[in-house]
Design a binder for this molecule. Structure first.
Ligand code: ZN
Length: 169
């Protein structure tokens, strides 16, 4: 669906740090299948490398404490989006908020999964039932989405709970 909505946009479509995170996910049982599928997406093309200094400077601004790997993918993606005029897509709450607040990517330059679904809906690639299913599949997989829309099965409070759990990791 992302390919259908944004696949025609000029490269870059992902970054080296995100590629490495997906590659690392290959070795984790729960994410093995999904990560393998992402690595097979030829439309993503070559991962772009963001300016290292800018990426390292931005990373701690996105939270994540002392973990040197936390938010590296998001930081590099924001740096690359800035440099190339690309749209930054993330379901990471702090990274989304930071990109909206503290960069000039703007409202049209930052998207989450729910935003992609709405774009797909307006292009008639998915209907409301499909959007609902997507939210439920993410929830059932024990993952969370940034959105607090009415389709998220856990409602606001559970969404917050999952978000906090993820932050504590
Ligand atoms: Zn939503």
């Amino acid at each position: 669906m992302l390919a259908e909505v944004h696949g025609d946009a000029p490269a870059p479509r992902w970054t080296l740090q995100v590629y490495r995170e997906v590659e690392a996910g290959l070795h984790l049982l729960p994410s093995h299948g999904q990560c393998g599928a992402v690595l097979d997406f030829t439309w993503l093309g070559e991962p772009a490398e963001g300016d290292v200094l800018e990426t390292l400077r931005m990373r701690p601004l996105l939270g994540g404490g002392d973990d040197p790997h936390a938010h590296l993918g998001e930081a590099e993606s924001i740096v690359v989006a800035h440099a190339s005029g690309a749209v930054f897509v993330t379901d990471d709450g702090p990274a989304y908020d930071f990109a909206m607040r503290a960069t000039n990517l703007g409202r049209a330059g930052v998207l989450d999964a729910c935003g992609i679904l709405w774009q797909a809906a307006s292009a008639q690639l998915i209907d409301e039932g499909g959007m609902l299913d997507f939210h439920h599949q993410v929830f059932d997989a024990g993952r969370t989405m940034r959105c607090r829309c009415r389709m998220w099965p856990g409602g606001d409070s559970l969404d917050d709970k999952l978000r906090n759990l993820r932050r504590g990791r």
